[in-house]
Design a binder for this molecule. Structure first.
Ligand code: FPP
Length: 234
C-alpha cells in the first residue's frame, strides 16, 4: 500500500468499465431515464479524473453498445446528444490535461460533424502520455472480431495468428484489460472486449453507475490488488 494516498502498490494497467444502472438509478428517484444518463455522465468525469490521479495507464468505458440502438427513439436521441456533448466539450479538457483519446467502435452511424470533432481530438491528443481513455461507442465485441477478420481476409492472408487478430482490433497496440468493473449487480460481459478479456479479472458491484465514485473505484482496485493472477499457469 502506498501510505501517502492509500493506493495499493499493485494497480491494474488497463481498467475496463461497464457503466450499468443509469436507468434504475433514475427510476428509484422517480426521474426520467435520461436524467439517469446525465448523472452517469457526471460519474464518468469523476472516474476518469480519479483513474488519472491513481496512475492507471489506460481506461476503457462502455458508453454505447451495438445493442443500445434497440432502445426507444427518445432514449437513443438523448444518449446521442449526451455523447456529442461529452465528445466535443469535455474531451477538450481531457486533451489539455495530457489524456490520449481513442474510440473503439463503428462511428459510421454518427453525424459526420460529430465524427469530425471526435477525430480532431483523437489527432490532437495522439502524443499525450498521461493516460489513454478509450470510449467504446457503437461497440460490440462480436462486431469488432467480425470486422477484424474481414480486414484480414481482404489483406489476402492464408493463415492468421492470434497476434494478427489483436492487431486488427480497435484496441490494436493497447494492453489487454487487467480489471473489468461492472456496476449495478449484473454479472454478464455483454459483448464487451470479448477477445481482450481472456485473462481479465472481473469485479462486480451492486452500486449503480451514477453512484460509483472515487471510493468505490479504490475498493475495486484494492480487491484487484489482492488477487493472484495466473494466466493459465498452475
Ligand atoms: C447503462 O445503463 C448505461 C448506458 C447505456 C449509457 C452509458 C452512458 C453514460 C454513462 C453517459 C456518458 C458517458 C460518456 C462516455 C459520454 P442502463 O440505461 O442500461 O441502466 P439500467 O440497466 O438500470 O436500465
Amino acid at each position: 500500500m502506498d501510505k501517502r494516498n492509500d493506493i495499493p502498490a499493485h494497480i491494474p494497467t488497463h481498467v475496463g468499465i461497464i457503466m450499468d444502472g443509469n436507468g434504475r438509478w433514475a427510476k428509484k428517484r422517480g426521474l426520467p431515464r435520461t436524467l439517469g444518463h446525465k448523472a452517469g455522465g457526471e460519474a464518468f468525469v469523476k472516474i476518469v479524473t480519479e483513474c488519472r490521479k491513481i496512475g492507471i495507464k489506460c481506461l476503457t468505458v462502455y458508453a454505447f453498445s451495438t445493442e443500445n440502438w434497440k432502445r426507444s427513439e427518445s432514449e437513443v436521441t438523448a444518449l446521442m446528444s449526451l455523447m456529442k456533448e461529452y465528445m466535443v466539450r469535455y474531451t477538450d479538457d481531457l486533451v489539455k490535461n495530457g489524456i490520449r483519446l481513442r474510440i473503439l467502435g463503428d462511428l459510421s452511424r454518427f453525424e459526420s460533424a460529430t465524427v469530425d470533432e471526435i477525430n480532431k481530438r483523437i489527432e490532437l491528443s495522439k502524443n499525450n502520455d498521461g493516460m489513454t481513455l478509450c470510449i467504446a461507442l457503437n461497440y460490440g465485441g462480436r462486431a469488432e472480431l467480425t470486422t477484424a477478420v474481414n480486414k484480414l481476409l481482404r489483406s489476402g492472408k492464408q493463415e492468421i495468428t492470434e497476434q494478427d487478430i489483436s492487431d486488427a482490433l480497435y484496441t490494436a497496440s493497447l494492453p489487454d484489460p487487467d480489471l473489468i468493473i461492472r456496476t449495478s449487480g449484473e454479472q454478464r460481459t455483454s459483448n464487451f472486449l470479448l477477445w481482450q478479456s481472456a485473462y481479465s479479472e472481473y469485479y462486480f458491484t451492486d452500486v449503480l453507475w451514477p453512484d460509483f465514485d472515487e471510493k468505490e473505484l479504490r475498493k475495486a482496485i484494492e480487491e484487484y490488488s489482492k488477487r493472484n493472477r495466473r494466466f493459465g499457469n498452475s
